[in-house]
Ligand binder design. Structure first.
Ligand code: SAM
Length: 395
């Protein structure tokens, strides 16, 4: 059994995990964690490095019924179920606790420290603010390799004891985000979301996914595709300067990754003119979300103006994909707006996509539902224009 600690957009995280680990049994899910059973550790470790919606993954070591005295329960685990002989003398460790226990971290540390000492080891705690350990410290202290980041989960009358086997490599993610030259007035997909959009359709069974972004600008989606070791990427953009500036990112990547690519200048309205669509497994993209709006200047008039421009392109874009019978998949994000604390969705684009395309429910048979349109939402508190993500397939 493995426990996935979910990112703040938990529905997106759950959809990504269930797409990557198709048909695995969901043992438990809530807004913070998803527990899968009947799955191998190898499969988890192989795919987890590409799962951006997962903060940490824990492997179950032990579970037992709790008694009234949780402190006693923890002590017993440390004394009996711990395989202490495999640890070195200098024992740098930390214990995270989750849920229904009145135990304070201090109690836990005292109990565990005495137990560890009883095995003649020299315990050292790694967290001074007594909170659950952040990924940064786990990476810095190499606790995954040392297998000394422990997690206790109290659920009803059960105590589950886990060790952390994976934490998200936040350094490489932020490096991807901040290393790109960008214009803050033009929407760029957050690399994390770009990776998750790929994974919403990706069950990792098909090696070398061929991904195409027809609104490429900064290459955000394709960089993620190359980081996943995919060997072929296609991209296009209407603007010559975007095609050339995206080439810069390309050169940087070619230093570390071997892959083929094709760039063309193309107005996506006439995507039927593209001659490589039959080689594409997945179109993953986001055009503009249009105007950046603030609390002081957001208005229905401005939103309607944005919608008008977006509708004009999307009508042709989807009609022409149908014209060339593009049978593979599309993961695409459209804007929606937060105006006076009410969500204003882009209903008009629903009619455009539903005319010829099926919307795939990204959270089927799950405790949590996708929207009534079967999309998933991505919001950033600092903004008023947010993202609605769809997985589409030609009818
Ligand atoms: C907001 S940017 C896309 C950013 C991209 N999703 C990213 O995260 O890097 C929109 C891009 O669409 C391009 N574009 C605008 N109209 C287009 C059209 N009709 N066909 C193709 N590209 C277009 C612009 O040149 C710009 O590069």
């Amino acid at each position: 059994m493995f426990w996935f600690e979910l990112w703040r957009e938990f529905k997106l995280s759950i959809a990504e995990i269930l797409s990557a680990f198709k048909n695995k049994e969901v043992f438990f899910v809530n807004k913070k964690i998803l527990i899968l059973s009947w799955i191998s550790k190898d499969e988890i470790l192989e795919k987890s490095k590409f799962l951006w919606g997962t903060i940490k993954i824990f492997e179950i070591l032990w579970s037992k019924n709790t008694s009234e005295n949780h402190k006693k329960d923890i002590e017993e685990i440390f004394l009996n179920d711990f395989w202490i002989e495999k640890y070195i003398w200098k024992f740098n460790y930390w214990v995270n606790i989750f849920w229904n226990t009145s135990l304070k971290t201090d109690d836990l540390l005292k109990v565990s420290k005495n137990a560890v000492k009883s095995f003649w080891l020299n315990p050292r705690f790694l967290n001074h603010d007594k909170k659950n350990l952040s990924s940064i410290v786990i990476i810095k202290e190499a606790l995954i390799k040392k297998e000394t980041d422990f997690n206790f989960l109290f659920v009803e009358d059960k105590l589950f004891f886990w060790k952390t086997i994976f934490v998200q490599d936040i350094y490489s993610y932020s490096n991807r985000d901040y290393s790109k030259s960008r214009d803050m007035n033009v929407w760029m997909l957050p690399p994390k979301l770009a990776q998750m959009m790929i994974n919403l359709w990706n069950n990792f069974l098909k090696k070398d996914l061929v991904i195409y972004d027809p609104f490429v600008w900064l290459w955000t989606v394709l960089i993620e595709s190359v980081y996943m070791w995919n060997k072929l990427v296609f991209w296009s953009d209407k603007s010559e300067s975007m095609v050339s500036s995206s080439t810069k990112n390309l050169e940087k990547l070619l230093k570390n990754f071997k892959f083929d690519f094709k760039i063309i200048k193309q107005n996506a309205k006439y995507i039927n003119e593209v001659d490589f669509l039959d080689k594409v497994d997945l179109i993953v993209s986001e055009w503009f979300l249009w105007e950046i709006m603030t609390k002081n200047n957001i208005s229905i008039e401005r939103i309607d103006r944005s919608k008008k421009i977006l509708i004009d392109l999307y009508i042709s874009f989807f009609e022409n994909l149908k014209k060339v019978n593009y049978k593979n998949n599309i993961v695409i994000s459209f804007p929606f707006w937060d105006i006076k604390w009410k969500y204003l969705f882009f209903d008009e684009v629903y009619d455009i996509i539903k005319k010829d395309f099926l919307v795939i429910n990204l959270l089927e048979n799950n405790t949590f539902q996708s929207t009534k349109e079967w999309s998933l939402l991505y919001k950033r508190d600092s903004q008023l224009v947010w993202r609605e993500i769809f997985l589409l397939k030609l009818k």
